[in-house]
Every structure is written in C-alpha cells, then in structure tokens.
Design a protein around this ligand. Structure first.
Ligand code: 13P
Length: 330
C-alpha cells in the first residue's frame, strides 16, 4: 500500500477521529478573550500542550491539526517539538496550510480561500518536520443570491490544486468544504448547496488526477441555517447527511471526518452516532475532525488555569465521539 493510503487509513482507523487545534492566532485570541484569558504565544502554547499531553488521548484521537505557530513550538516546559511529541504518542501531526478565507473580489460577501503561493516549499518544509497530513478549508455562504457558481468553482479549483501539491509532497490532504450554518435558509437549501459543492469538488479532484484513496473529506453535516425557524430532529439530520454523502462521495475515499461548525458539542456527538447507525457496511469511515465540539469544555476550564480539569474535559469529549464513531453512544 502506498504511503498516502496508509496515512489516510490511519487517520480514520476504527474508533478514532481528529482533533482540530489549528485555530489561527486571531481566532484563538477571540476564543481566549471569550473566557477572559489573554492570548499570548505562551498561553496558546500552554493550553495546547495541556490538550496534547492528556493521558490516553491517543486511544480516541488519530491525528491533530496544528497551526503554524504550534507546529514550531515545543510542548511547554520541555524541549520536545510538538510534532515529535505527537509522534511518540502515536498521533499523526497535521498542519493547516491555507492562509484564510478572504473577500472574493467582485462577489462580496462571498469568500475565497488563499494560500497556494509558495505552497510547494511550505509543504516540503512541514513534511521534513514531521507533518503527515494537511488541511485547507473552503468557506461557502448561503444567502439570497449566493453561493454563486463562480465562488463554488474558484474554491473547488483551489482545493484541487492544494490536494495535488499535498500528494506530490507525500502529505494527505484533508479537503474541507464548509457550507456555513450562518443564515436563515432551510435544511433543503443546505442539502442542495452541499450536493452541488461536493459534485464540483470530485469533478475537480478527478481533473487534477488526485488519488482519492489518499485524501480525507471534511464536510459539514446537513443542517438548517442557525437563524431558520425549522426544527429538525437529529435522526432526520443524520439521514439527510448520509444520503447527501452516499450520492456524492465516491466509495474510494477512505474516510469522511466531519467539522462541527458551531453545533453544540452534545449535538455534534449525537448526530455522528446516528450517522454511524444508519448502515453497517458503509463505503467510507464516518468520524470527527472537530474543533469547538471537542474543545469547548476544555477551553472553559482553561479560564480556571486548571490543567487536570482541561484534560478531563477533553478526554470526556474525545471518548463520547469515539463511541459515536462506533454507533455506541446511547
Ligand atoms: P469546528 O469543528 O470548530 O467547526 O472546527 C473544525 C475545523 O477545523 C474548521 O476548519
């Protein structure tokens, strides 16, 4: 089996998922400010070091996505680099390589994700320092006159170029198209937009000769907009999400690792559990690559500067989502 396939399979191995800890410094600062903690290089390092050194976290977490700053830091009070520390724990190190979703010229308020410039040497450098996989997040907004065909085409094209560069470097690309929950659209609209985006992505990945066995897809679940008055059961959300993926994601893709996207932590776990109960023999693994839905409780405890509580909160969420990947959460 080639190296890319091996890494992709490991990322979605039975009962495991991914911890997204790759918040950019401005995003991490916003999260810290919301709990009254000053965001400095040192506090970000401390918080993330506590997360990664949680005992037994490797039982539930196959990989961690890092931000550039963390990737080049050491675990606090040691001189072991973060990627080396994760490797010792049998956790794969990943790196966010996009440089953010920026205003899309001529199509405001839509966004285009940037970061292709110099991506080849950056990937090679991350690879040398231990990165096994990468992440690129495209953002699609739903509103009255959007998403436009242009925004979808430009973002999918960038995702495919990113994926090609990753595979050339021996790094597994996480392909993340996030249809945002913000807005008042209904769940049907989310289904249609997600389906359209997935069709475009796989068309472009094929056009760019991407080996689908060496990628992980990181999509949103199918949800009504956060300002919609629609009330949809978790069972229905799981069913629509499953159908959308079944109809649009080739069976050669080894794994689908959802983003949480602002869902409550309990909802994100419950819906993943239901998704895993729908079919015993799914073509791909269904798991998590959560940021907020794994870290929310840990972050609250970081305000108390209580290392044990931070770790307990993280392992609790990781274990619940581990059970959800097996459909055994009830
Ligand atoms: P959330 O789970 O908080 O949406 O973050 C996942 C992620 O990596 C977004 O790019």
């Amino acid at each position: 089996m080639n190296e890319l396939k091996k890494i992709a399979k490991r990322l979605v191995s039975e009962g495991k998922g991914i911890l997204a800890a790759d918040e950019s410094t401005p995003t991490c600062t916003k999260r810290f400010e919301s709990i009254g903690v000053k965001s400095t290089e040192l506090t970000r390092n401390e918080y993330r070091s506590w997360l990664f050194s949680t005992i037994d976290i490797e039982k539930y977490i196959s990989g961690v996505i890092l931000y550039h700053e963390t990737f080049h830091q050491s675990i606090i009070n040691t001189n072991i680099s973060v990627p080396k520390f994760l490797k010792k724990k049998n956790i794969l190190a990943g790196i966010k390589v996009d440089t953010g979703a920026k205003d899309f010229a001529g199509f405001s308020p839509e966004k285009i994700t940037e970061g292709l410039d110099n991506l080849r040497p950056r990937l090679n450098d991350y690879k040398i320092h231990g990165a096994k996989f990468a992440k690129w997040r495209a953002v699609i907004k739903i509103g009255k006159n959007f998403p436009t065909k242009t925004c979808i085409a430009a973002n999918c094209h960038a995702l495919a170029r990113y994926a090609a560069l990753c595979q050339e470097s021996g790094i597994v690309p996480i392909v993340e198209p996030e249809i945002l929950m913000e807005g008042s659209h209904n769940i049907q609209k989310c289904y249609e937009v997600t389906e359209n985006v997935l069709k475009n992505i796989f068309m472009d990945l094929n056009l760019f000769n991407i080996d689908l066995e060496g990628i992980i897809l990181k999509p949103n679940m199918i949800l009504p907009g956060e300002k919609s008055s629609e009330r949809i059961s978790n069972e229905k959300i799981a069913e629509l999400t499953y159908n959308c993926l079944k109809n649009n994601v080739p069976s050669t893709v080894p794994g689908i690792a959802f983003l949480s996207g602002g869902q409550k932590s309990d909802d994100a776990a419950a819906r993943l559990n239901l998704l895993n109960k729908i079919q015993k023999n799914k073509p791909w693994k269904l798991t998590f690559s959560y940021g907020r839905a794994l870290q929310e409780d840990a972050l609250t405890n970081y305000a108390l500067k209580d290392e044990e509580k931070v770790k307990r909160a993280l392992i609790k969420r990781a274990k619940l989502n581990h059970l959800a990947t097996l459909g055994k959460l009830d």
